[in-house]
Structure formats: C-alpha cells, structure tokens
Design a protein around this ligand. Sequence first.
Ligand SMILES: O=C(O)CCC(=O)C(=O)O
Ligand SMILES: [Fe+2]
Length: 305
Amino acid sequence: MASFQIRKLGYAMGGIVTGIDLRRPLDSETVSGLRKEWLDRCLLYFPDQDLTAPELARFSHYFGDSEKLPLRNHHADHRDVEILTNQTINGVVWDGYKNGQDWHSDRSYTTCPTAAIVLNAKIIPEVGGDTLFANMVMAYDRLSPLMKEIVDRLYAIHDRDLPLVFKGGLVDAEVQAKMQQASSKFAAGELPVMQPIARIHAETGRRSLYLGKRVREIAGMTEDESRSIIDFLSRHAVQYEFTYRHRWKVNDLLFWDNRCTMHNALLDYDLANDPRTLNKCALTIKGKSETGRRYSRETAEAVPA
Ligand SMILES: O=C(O)CCC(=O)C(=O)O
Ligand SMILES: [Fe+2]
C-alpha cells in the first residue's frame, strides 16, 4: 500500500499530498503511486517539507535525471540543485528569478525541454511572489473540434533569442541591457526549435497546447496570421478556469509536469528588500522529454535530424 494521502488541490489541476516525509527514502510502491498521481493531476503539492539540497535531489531523482546543464547558481551542498533567489548568496548576485516571469514552460526552445520541476520554498516574501500554473491539457480539450483539427497541424517556432523584457520596472536600463545581451549571447549558435502546438504527452498520450513566451511565430504562416492565432491560443490557454495559483508557505514543495503545463512566477513583491528563495531541481526523463525539431531561419524549414 502506498503510504500517503491525496486530495484535490485545485479545479484545474493538482493534488495535495500529506502523510509522507520526503526527507526519508521512499519505497518503490510509494514512488509508483506518486508517479501515477503526478501524471494524472499534472502537479503535486507537499506541504511542510523542510528538505536539505541532497534530500531534494534524492526525491527528484526517483522521477527523472537532472539535466546536464551548467547551473548558474547551484547549491553548495548539491550540484543538481539550483537556488532561485532575489538575494545575494555567497557573494553571488543572481537575476535568473526574472526568467520565471510570464507564462512559459522551461526550455521549450530546445529539442529536449525540461520534463519535470521540483521546487522547495525556503524564504517567502510577506506578501506576493505567488506562482501561477495553467493546465494545457484542459486548454486543448476545451477547443472546438474544428479548432483542434487546425491546431493539430500547426508548429510554433520557439526562440531563445526573443528579447526578454523585464516588466517589473525596478531594474535600471543598464542592468536590463546586460540581461538582454546575456540572453542573445546564450542563444548565439542555437537554432530556434519548431514544436507541435498540440503536443502529445510521451507518457499519458494526452494532447496539450504547447505555447509560452518563447513562441515567435507559426511555421508556414505570415506574421499577421501567426500573431492572431498565437494571441488567441495564448489568451485561451491561461483563462482562470484552467489555472491554479500557488500562494507559497515556507517548506512547501511543488512537483509539476512541465510537458503539459505552463507557469508564471509573479514578481509582485519588493524585489529589492523582500527575500524570496526556493531550491529547484529540473528533470529530464529519457525517451519521454524529447520533442520538436531544429528550425532554420534561412530556409524556414525544419533541419533534417
Ligand atoms: O520562482 C518561481 O516560482 C518559479 C520560477 C520558474 O519559472 C521555474 O522554476 O521554472
Ligand atoms: Fe520556469
């Protein structure tokens, strides 16, 4: 018998899981029970989990492998754990928390986007700093049959090089310019990626809308056509009924499926004075994360694999 209790978290998605201590190793039955609930509900919320970085990594690795990426702000106690923070920690000033702003799913501009994300809250502002989630399976399902037929044939170009404009207003022009340079430097040599707009989940087989702030255009359409369809679908996808809003408490742990959801970290707190720190593990699942093809700007076609 799996050793946890679960009940509904939100209308759109999620389960709240209690009766389990994630600081301890989990048996295989519990892991498979959690995996099933996670695939079903897209997001699991575990309250009161005060995990060290190695404990967070152990829990995460029951479900996938850490992405082999150089983390810019990794935890001293575990290299697979990234610290998301607006604070200077160990002399490191980090502004990566701004990447969470606006609707997105992580690394959609690659052919192997992040499959799963685990966040454990350590410091939370007195007010604000909630994270929004949208269920993209629900968003797809609620389209009309005719619109589904249309989107089933569409591919969006996701581009890391789209300028990321920080809307918080607290960052001065010089820092903004640096962020944009960093973004295009990161993108140099990386081709954009063509992703199906109706993405088929590699484990559940369910279709979901695959969109987000990195979408530049729809392959094979004029800019006007692309813009209207992207605007409609992006608005449709994040209507309130499809979303869940997480108001963080210290020691909350969220574990979500990045393949069929989008999220949006609100910067509605005092970024300069009010600390917010979460530990993060981003996971890939071999054979279950890959999607999309590289796309050539010159020929406007997918690059042969
Ligand atoms: O800070 C958050 O709440 C989420 C940030 C984010 O976008 C992520 O962890 O992928
Ligand atoms: Fe994110």
